[in-house]
Design a protein around this ligand. Structure first.
Ligand SMILES: [Zn+2]
Length: 316
């Protein structure tokens, strides 16, 4: 009996191994259809994409939202689009300048896309991304950042992009970097939020204003059809209006707790030690690394002190 069982297990293992050898490498993201012809590409557990992205298939073309950090991931996205439609890839809209959302722009441009971004992105994408990477920068990464594609079409106002009869609304919003766009597909009730929304992951506040950010997220929950809307965050899985509320409450909790610590004259390590356990208790199912909580407290402290440095728009 045991021998039969062992033999069948061996057979199962070898069948699984040969199936694995035959199948192509897994995608660096999970593709999810969030509305008719509207797809979110959610970064996988190994973070091989670097962020989320997405695309909308219209009557006469495709609009892509963000391009990940890794060019391999952007190439995989183009390949997935090609499996679904032969329509031309006409646009990629960057939600903001951070390299984890713009790193694959050239791949999209090579596939035919015009790069659309907030006007401040052009001045920041090749310079401020070096600050973003901080102590993780290497000579090779610096060279990559300095060669990132510059957007072709920039705006500081809302835009409507028509894909045939399909209307896509690109809005300028405040909070994450000072050059943020959201992409709304009203007919599908999908809002691509970029890093204005993180789901159950501690956000990066390096360039942000929590005050502006929380106000923008409040507007997200007040759009028409909010209760049926699917919100695609910059990081984390597909969200609904309650996730947006939860993210906003995370920001407001951080603001409140750092404010309390400041009122008790806590600084640096002591401030982090005061805030971190309380924030983790209030959001127990969130991924909050020691590195990210320390940075969040520092940036929140600077914002409340009025000393926070945010990217400055450069002249064209
Ligand atoms: Zn991001």
């Amino acid at each position: 009996m045991i021998r039969v069982l062992a033999a069948s297990i061996l057979l199962t293992i070898s069948a699984a191994a040969s199936a694995e050898a035959a199948s192509p490498a897994p995608l660096p993201f999970v593709l999810k259809e969030v509305g008719p012809g509207v797809y979110a590409a959610i970064d996988g557990p190994d973070h091989k994409s670097g962020s989320n992205a997405g695309f909308v298939i219209g009557d006469d073309g495709v609009l892509v939202i963000d391009s990940f950090f890794y060019e391999e991931a952007a190439r995989a996205l183009v390949a997935e689009i090609r499996k679904l439609t032969p329509k031309p890839i006409r646009y990629v809209v960057n939600t903001h300048y951070h390299a984890d959302h713009t790193g694959g722009d050239q791949v999209l441009r090579d596939a035919g896309a015009i790069i659309i971004a907030h006007r401040n992105v052009r001045g920041w994408v090749r310079t401020n991304n070096i600050n973003l990477l901080g102590d993780r920068i290497t000579p090779a990464l610096r060279a990559r950042i300095e060669a990132l594609a510059l957007p072709d079409l920039v705006t500081d106002k809302d835009l409507t992009v028509w894909l045939g009869s399909r209307r896509i609304v690109v809005r300028t919003v405040l909070g994450h970097t000072g050059g943020d766009l959201t992409i709304h597909v009203p007919d599908a009730k999908v809002l691509f939020c970029g890093d204005m929304l993180w789901r159950k992951v501690a956000p990066n506040l390096i360039d942000g204003s929590v005050k502006e950010w929380a106000a923008t997220d409040e507007q997200f929950t007040q759009i028409s059809d909010a209760s049926q809307t699917r919100y695609v965050p910059g990081h984390g899985d597909i969200a609904d209006a309650s996730d947006v509320e939860e993210f906003r409450s995370y920001l407001l909790d951080l603001q409140r707790l750092v404010g309390e610590g400041r009122a008790a004259s806590l600084k640096d390590e002591a401030l982090v030690t005061y805030v971190a356990p309380k924030l983790r208790t209030r959001h127990p199912d969130w991924t909050i690394s020691d590195r990210s909580i320390a940075a969040e407290v520092r940036y929140m402290d600077q914002e409340l002190a009025g000393t926070k440095r945010r990217p400055v728009p450069r002249p064209d």
